[in-house]
Design a protein around this ligand. Structure first.
Ligand SMILES: Cc1cc2nc3c(=O)[nH]c(=O)nc-3n(C[C@H](O)[C@H](O)[C@H](O)COP(=O)(O)OP(=O)(O)OC[C@H]3O[C@@H](n4cnc5c(N)ncnc54)[C@H](O)[C@@H]3O)c2cc1C
Length: 411
């Protein structure tokens, strides 16, 4: 038996300890977390993360030397289950912890990990991803934000978009093109960028739901020190692949790097039952069918997460299999959001978001398609599953092997 296994706390005693600590230190959740909308929410979640850190429950799967607990995904799952019903720092889950910090853990230099990870786990730093560009996010390798070397520095120019929560962030992981003479996948580099860097402008975007969480960023001669590179210069595609692997796990609900969980909005049969009761249609056979389907899908999804994440960890499935969870997660969200809409009926459009009849259902419906775009679109997930999990032939891409400066582009 290794030393690690000899000293690791058994899940049952960890779960008991977590249950007691949560009861004594965190208030019950009074409402679902639906995304941070203002600075006060971010400040509260940073504070909650600090409480977890001080209590020894932050970063359960992060190594101890970077401020984590050095435990296993099974410990994380136990903690997440126990934390349902408590107010948790959920705004820091995605992308800060589960995507950006997880990527830094895999690829960062020792200096980057020691500087950033403990600060993130203490709730002092929020991180975001600067990947998508106005020209489209699916063809990530075709991005045109450029970074040029100038002595000991890099100079960044370009535009990013759809970065969730960038206005509240301290650092962003930014993928940029550093070599235009090689095919598109080979000329990219990932950078760690402070959001306060001179020349970086962050603007918030208002959506149809009223949310202003998405941002767009303009990089105008942003100067970065040479040690801002995450991974290798020119190794940005490998770095992005690692990041996207963590993103798929996070979006699909199988990331071990989160700080707790909550019942999913519109997803729990209980929420639908409550909704049906409030709109007086709980005895309608069609509604009961919807509630049953939502409950069954949720159970299947949870089992799929357990199966796929276990298989990836054991090497029985490739990391790309995370797309299975990601795909099913989006389908589950669609089914549940649609069921909630059918149950709420006209109240979804006419009800106040926080009033009886639940107008929030209508708002959730407007955001429905985000589930099949965030973390890579559903179509791209299907491509990935067919090519990397099922071994089917690769989709033809005309620009794959051309030096990027020879690829025809619009203005
Ligand atoms: C909730 C949410 C959070 C997000 N957070 C971030 C973030 O923090 N940082 C960030 O950088 N981005 C973020 N994004 C952006 C996200 O990564 C992009 O929306 C996604 O990659 C798709 O890019 P696009 O929207 O530009 O669509 P496009 O790439 O323009 O695609 C449009 C449509 O064409 C389809 N399509 C494109 N290519 C193919 C193909 N080869 N085969 C089949 N179909 C294809 C797509 O599936 C899609 O339906 C977020 C998006 C959402 C919804």
């Amino acid at each position: 038996m290794t030393e690690r296994h000899a000293t690791i706390e058994p899940i049952a005693s960890f779960r008991d300890r977590a249950r007691r600590w949560l009861g004594e230190n965190l208030p019950p959740a009074t409402e679902y977390y639906v995304g941070a909308f203002d600075e006060a929410v971010w400040a509260r979640h940073r504070e909650l993360q600090r409480t977890l850190f001080d209590g020894g429950f932050a970063g359960i799967c992060f190594p101890k030397e970077y401020g984590g607990q050095g435990l296993t995904p099974a410990h994380q799952r136990a903690f997440s289950e126990e934390s349902l019903g408590y107010e948790m720092p959920l705004a820091l889950n995605v992308p800060t912890l589960a995507i950006c910090a997880a990527t830094l853990l895999d690829l960062g230099t020792e200096q980057q990990k020691r500087a950033r990870l403990p600060a993130v786990l203490r709730g002092e730093e929020v991180m975001v991803q600067f990947l998508s560009e106005p020209r489209g996010g699916s063809d990530l390798a075709g991005l045109i934000t450029r970074a040029e070397r100038d002595g000991d520095e890099w100079i960044l120019n370009g535009t990013k978009i759809w970065s969730s929560g960038a206005y509240a962030a301290d650092y962003g992981l930014c993928l940029a093109r550093t070599n235009w003479d090689v095919p598109k996948h080979q000329g990219l580099t990932l950078f760690l960028v402070p959001t306060t860097a001179p020349g970086l402008t962050i603007r918030r975007i208002r959506q149809v739901t009223g949310s202003v969480e998405f941002c767009e960023e303009f990089f105008d001669d942003v100067r970065l020190p040479a040690d801002s590179v995450v991974g290798e210069v020119g190794g940005g595609w490998a770095a992005a692949t690692t990041l996207l692997h963590h993103e798929r796990a996070a979006v699909g609900g199988s990331s071990p790097y989160i700080s707790g969980d909550q019942p999913h909005l519109g997803g729990e049969a209980d929420t639908l039952i409550e909704l049906a009761r409030s709109t007086g249609c709980l005895d309608d056979p069609r509604v009961r069918e919807d509630i049953g389907a939502a409950r069954t899908t949720r159970i299947v999804r949870d089992q799929l997460i357990a199966h796929v994440s276990g298989a990836i960890a054991a090497g029985a499935m490739p990391p790309a299999a995370g797309s299975l969870v990601r795909l099913f997660g989006a389908e589950t969200t669609w089914l549940q959001t649609d069921s909630a809409l059918r149950i709420a009926g006209t109240a979804a459009a006419t009800g106040a978001p926080d009033g009886p009849g639940n107008g929030q259902v209508g708002i959730d419906y407007l955001f429905r398609n985000a589930g099949s775009l965030g973390g890579g679109s559903t179509e791209m997930a299907r491509n990935l599953i067919s090519e990397r999990v099922l071994g089917m032939p690769r989709e033809h891409t005309a620009d794959r092997d051309l030096p990027f400066n020879q690829v025809p582009r619009g203005r």
